[in-house]
Design a binder for this molecule. Structure first.
Ligand code: MSP
Length: 580
């Protein structure tokens, strides 16, 4: 059981600010700033697909915001380089912590760049700007009366870098068969540790945290995680040990004014979200307009400790915490000991960058764990990107069907506008065709709603359904059988092609945050100019509404072959682990 004995300074009152709901804030104007962040990755081992997933979710949200013209945005990422874990990994690799961090940090930067993660800030916690920010933050905690010195003892879990209460422990046996205790959550062995250090008065934040969550019911998304955090607030909320003896942990930021103590790595790491904003000087231009993307394993640090620390330092909690679940591999947890850690670089090589981005974002459902296996990647990517989307573009732009290679004209007589929803029988369009037009017209809003709710997989599901519907439309009318020499057939043929290309234009525009390169190829083939690719003022099929269409008659972009080459299933597994 964790125990702390010490003199407590009188409790101070910390009040979370009331904040307008995010939709109200969004309505405040288009020039809203927002910091999106990935967690900073431990520099104790190379990246794996779980790390990449965290980063891709944040990247897709950031890119989507950019397309919406939602105001200045930043996307921060980086590496978490201090603490016992790193110290031990360096010792095991026969190197020093700075050398290990230099190497691993470069691996993360490279992998994220290769994965087209459009980060604007990359922070390393070993940088002087971060050290300054952390020490200043510590000073704010101390001056606000939120810290006290204590003698602390309890079960310490090094991989999780925290003390665990009895309720989070289980009995087990170590490698030699001796009885030991392990963390319920991670399964890692814990050790009884006793030391003198600084304590943070977390226990006094129960009410302020509760109020923050009640006043901001969308602060933690998805809802199931919001509920989980509220539930934690019903349980023990012991004060938090926020420093370690420097003799045991020299690899970290020293406590200002006390060279015998090192700042706890989680306090150090969380402050990265402020140091990228230039804390303590310029953060106010952005903070608290921050959305943190985090995995469920680090929810407690972000949803309890971080808001409490911020309140204690006189700052507001972040606006949102977006939580995702984990990837398993063939139904098993990814772990070095099982040797099933999947290397994202190998995946991007095997499945292509966009193929792998698409898979992770299409199949990853934040509410629940998702399973990775190669056959699934090949199946999803081939059927949705190569066959359905690529096939549609290929068929609707083929020279045989569109010999002039221009964006074809729409004919109102073939596809007359519905009169108050009443089907028209004077044109050639069927009831299903009107349904298609209605589906694609509502797609941008559906996608917006899904992105707003942190359900990117749902946005992709909606797009896929529409792609399927458009393929049905094309197949139903068999335009390749229509005779271009017959003027009335030609009008209908061009109208079918026009509607299909309009649908593809919408799909390409909406897919940009997820598969930027494929979307670029698609839009370039349709001759959509860069300034026409945003979501601001995106119109679908304006000719149907009697409006001019800027694309009509425009020469299509050059054909650069298949939009997406079908993936082959490899005979042997190429997606192995990367060596340290
Ligand atoms: N350094 C801390 C974060 C500090 S943020 C102030 C950390 N680093 S980590 O490298 O272990 O994890 C980084 C991210 O990867 C977390 O969001 C974590 O949830 C995510 N993933 C790690 N394994 C994962 C899976 N198997 N699946 C999906 N994401 C997982 O925690």
């Amino acid at each position: 059981m964790v125990a702390a004995t010490m003199l407590r300074p009188p409790c101070c009152r910390f009040l979370p600010p009331r904040r307008a709901s995010s939709s109200a804030a969004a309505a405040a104007g288009p020039a809203r700033r927002l910091l999106l962040s990935t967690p900073i990755f431990y520099a104790n081992g190379p990246p794996h697909i779980g790390h990449l997933y965290s980063a891709l979710l944040a990247d897709a949200l950031h890119r989507y915001r950019g397309l919406r013209g939602a105001g200045p945005g930043r996307l921060s990422t980086g590496t978490d380089e201090h603490g016992l874990k790193i110290q031990q990994a360096a010792a095991a690799a026969g190197t020093s912590p700075p050398e290990l961090c230099e190497r691993i940090s470069a691996l993360f930067r490279h992998a994220l760049t290769q994965a087209a993660v459009s980060f604007t800030d990359f922070i390393r916690t070993s940088e002087p700007r971060h050290r300054r920010a952390v020490q200043h933050f510590w000073g704010r905690l101390r001056d606000g009366g939120a810290l006290y010195r204590g003698s602390y003892e309890g079960w310490y879990c090094t991989p999780e870098e925290c003390f665990l209460p009895g309720s989070q422990l289980a009995d087990s046996r170590d490698a030699q068969g001796r009885p030991c205790k392990v963390s319920l959550e991670s399964g890692h062995q814990v050790h009884w540790t006793r030391e003198d250090n600084y304590m943070f008065k977390l226990s006094t934040f129960r009410e302020p945290l509760r109020r923050w969550l009640q006043d901001n019911p969308e602060a933690i998304c998805p809802q199931s995680f919001h509920q989980r955090v509220l539930h934690w607030l019903e349980e023990e909320l012991p004060d938090l040990s926020v420093s370690r003896e420097r003799s045991r942990l020299p690899w970290g930021i020293p406590v200002p004014g006390d060279s015998t103590q090192t700042i706890y790595v989680w306090v150090d790491a969380l402050v990265n979200y402020l140091s990228v904003l230039g804390y303590p000087e310029t953060h106010g231009e952005w903070w608290p307009a921050a959305h943190h993307v985090v995995g469920k394993d680090i929810l407690k640090f972000h949803a309890l400790y971080w808001p409490a620390l911020l309140l204690a330092a006189g700052l507001a909690p972040p606006e949102k915490i977006l939580v995702h679940s984990h990837w398993t591999v063939h139904g098993q947890k990814m772990s070095k000991s099982l040797g099933n850690v999947i290397d994202p670089m190998a995946c991007m090589q095997q499945f292509t960058l966009d193929g792998f981005r698409y898979f992770l974002l299409r199949q990853g459902v934040p509410e629940r764990d998702c399973d990775y296996y190669e056959e699934k990647v090949v199946k999803v990517v081939n059927s949705e990107l190569a066959d359905a989307l690529g096939g549609l573009l290929n068929r609707s732009t083929a020279l045989s069907i569109n010999p002039t290679s221009t964006y074809p004209c729409f004919s109102e007589s073939c596809f007359p506008k519905l009169d108050d929803g009443v089907p028209r029988t004077d044109g050639r369009a069927s009831a299903e065709d009107y349904e298609l037009v209605a589906s694609v017209a509502s797609l941008p809003l559906q996608v917006a709603t899904a992105f707003e709710a942190f359900q990117i997989y749902k946005a992709l599901e909606c797009i896929t359904l529409c792609v399927r519907q458009t393929n049905g439309f094309f197949q139903r009318h068999q335009p390749w059988k229509l005779n271009r020499d017959d003027p009335s057939e030609q009008l209908w043929l061009d109208t079918i092609l026009h509607v299909t290309l309009e649908c593809l234009r919408i799909f390409g525009t909406l897919l940009q945050p997820v598969v930027p390169h494929t979307a670029d190829r698609l839009l370039s083939r349709l001759a959509v100019r860069p300034e026409e690719r945003t979501l601001v003022g995106l119109t679908f099929l304006p000719r149907y509404h009697g409006q001019p269409c800027p694309f009509e008659g425009r020469l299509l972009g050059p054909s650069t072959g298949l939009l997406f080459q079908k993936l082959e299933k490899s005979l042997q597994h190429q997606t192995g682990t990367q060596k340290l």
